[in-house]
Design a protein around this ligand. Sequence first.
Ligand code: 3HC
Length: 313
Amino acid sequence: MENNKFESQFEAKLANNDVIEPKDWMPENYRKHLIRQISQHAHSEIVGMLPEGNWITRAPSLRSKVVLLAKVQDEGGHGLYLYTAAETLGVSRDELLDNLLTGKAKYSSIFNYPTLTWADMGAVGWLVDGAAIMNQVMLQRTSYGPYSRAMIRICKEESFHQRQGYEIMTRMAFGTPEQKAMAQDALNRWWFPSMMMFGPPDAESPNSENALKWRIKRETNDQLRQKFVNQTVPQAEYLGLTMPDPNIKWNEAKKGYDYSDPDWTEFKNVISGNGPCNKERLAARNKAHNDGAWVREAANAFAKKRKEVYEAA
Ligand code: 3HC
């Protein structure tokens, strides 16, 4: 009987568009769903620092180096907000990091592709952060309070990331013919992997039904993907670049572009660990974690000593 009372209070809060806070009663599966999604989101932010970090030392100017450095630092902060939001659900940071480092947990497929030229920094900011924003603006209205508040903070910074990328693409698309060719090559390589960021088609999304029922997601994978295509095609046209999908065509009836699906077999391969850079990314994260062990040990030793001093005072 007790549970039913709490259950109906939970349902009423959702129906009323209220946010669920850490101390509120929640169904165990709602809590588990959130831990899965928020922690994988956090892992994506942290692993997402690697492809761009790869170009900080090779940025073509001091300004572009400083801007890229700021962006990569932001991603680290986004990971911090999201791990902290996940911890409010009763899971430890160590457990979450262990899931990432052992390959148990997922992170966004997009970060398993190599960044081959400077134009990739433009395509990543424009397309990857553009897709991330499309998703994260929606997640600002998610039903779990700490996740929603993290999204509001992250979206403010993410818009700068997208503009930073689009500025690089603009400089190159209106630059020399060689620079324009690099921008086109980057668009060709990053377009379909960016489309995969929204998840599999709705019909093949095992988590979406609950996510929508619990108002964790407010729009479906396909709805957000369509919004992303509608926003990006005119931006590519402005740059004078050709979309790498001959099926992209305006469909007046649906007030949106028709487009080709990404290669879902490739998607399944990448998210099961067999993408171009999965092994490299996990090795880099494990190395960073091991190299940073002394910092954690020093911080824990300091905290322990300080606690002893306070308790003895
Ligand atoms: N990469 C890796 N795994 C993916 C994926 C992707 N692009 N899309 C889906 N998946 C996984 C899901 O995690 C799920 O596996 P799981 O059950 O083992 O976790 C499975 O594929 C089926 O997908 P579903 O659609 O059923 O799963 P969700 O309902 O969770 O939807 C999602 C997937 C849209 C990615 C959703 O989890 C989500 O919105 N997550 C939060 C946003 C996020 O993680 N964005 C990642 C990018 S962050 C980023 O880009 C940083 C920016 O600063 C650059």
